[in-house]
Design a protein around this ligand. Structure first.
Ligand SMILES: [Zn+2]
Length: 259
């Protein structure tokens, strides 16, 4: 996690703590309300906190050496070399696709599925959902599902929210559509282009049971640069194999683990 993100989180938490202590000093119920709101806010911004339903956060129940490789924000032109590497290394991964990028690259989306990887939804527009209402969220998932169907992708069972941000409306909407929510354990920040060596080193820090998050596309740019991720991937997979890891996808882990 980059330093500026850590600093931001620290500042928000410190301010929050100060506000709660101040509210308690005024009147106890204001402090209690502040504490409750803070916990709900943490649930919105922290992908691995899920008070309103089960979510997959790890693959520990799939074996002592299981890890899962996941890609967000695709498909893009960089998905193709990534698929080539996965094929060469004999590894199956999980791709959380954006509806708008499926519309741009339906052939690549079909290829992901045809090559035996697991496909999940990542929303249509990559809009952060934690401050959105039910109408917006419903429309975004409608558009995403339509893009998947038009591309010939069969019904997906899993969802990962953009940036992992959520609220009770977003969680209720995916439950209504019978999707299972997926988080991740190890973020690599590869979309910030930190360098191939950095991406490899950070990825190889993964622990047994963790879900690795990489990016084969982008939430905003139509033609992002994912050359570093594509270049790092062979060494990541070979390194993980050398450490004795086995690769699983998030296809069959629904409801096995809750927050
Ligand atoms: Zn994303």
């Amino acid at each position: 996690m980059p330093f500026y993100v850590r600093l931001k989180i620290f500042m928000v938490l410190a301010l929050n703590l100060f506000a709660i202590v101040y509210l308690f000093s005024l009147v106890w119920w204001a402090g209690a309300a502040g504490l409750l709101l803070s916990i709900l806010y943490l649930e919105m911004i922290y992908p691995r906190l899920n008070f309103f339903g089960a979510a997959t956060q790890s693959v520990r129940n799939r074996g002592s050496n299981a890890v899962a490789i996941t890609f967000d924000d695709g498909p893009s032109v960089w998905t193709t070399p990534i698929l080539e590497t996965l094929k060469t290394e004999g590894v199956k991964a999980t791709f959380f696709l954006l509806g708008k990028n499926v519309e741009r690259h339906p052939d690549i989306a079909r290829r992901i599925k045809a090559e035996g990887h697991t496909v999940g939804l990542h929303g249509h527009s990559h809009t952060k959902l934690h401050l959105k209402g039910p109408q917006f969220i419903r429309r975004d998932f409608d558009q995403c599902e339509t893009a998947f169907l038009k591309a010939g992708l069969s019904h997906s069972q899993i969802v990962r929210f953009p940036h992992g941000l959520k609220n009770i409306f977003a969680v209720a909407e995916i439950r209504r559509r019978h999707y299972h929510l997926c988080a991740w354990g190890k973020g690599v920040w590869d979309s910030k282009l930190p360098g191939v060596d950095w991406i490899i080193a950070r990825s190889l820090e993964i622990q047994p049971g963790e879900i690795l998050l990489l990016h084969d596309g982008d939430g905003v740019k139509e033609n992002p640069d994912r050359s570093q991720t594509a270049e790092a991937l062979p060494k990541i997979l070979q390194g993980l194999k050398a450490r004795g890891y086995e690769f699983v996808t998030l296809a069959k882990v629904e409801s096995n683990e809750s927050a």
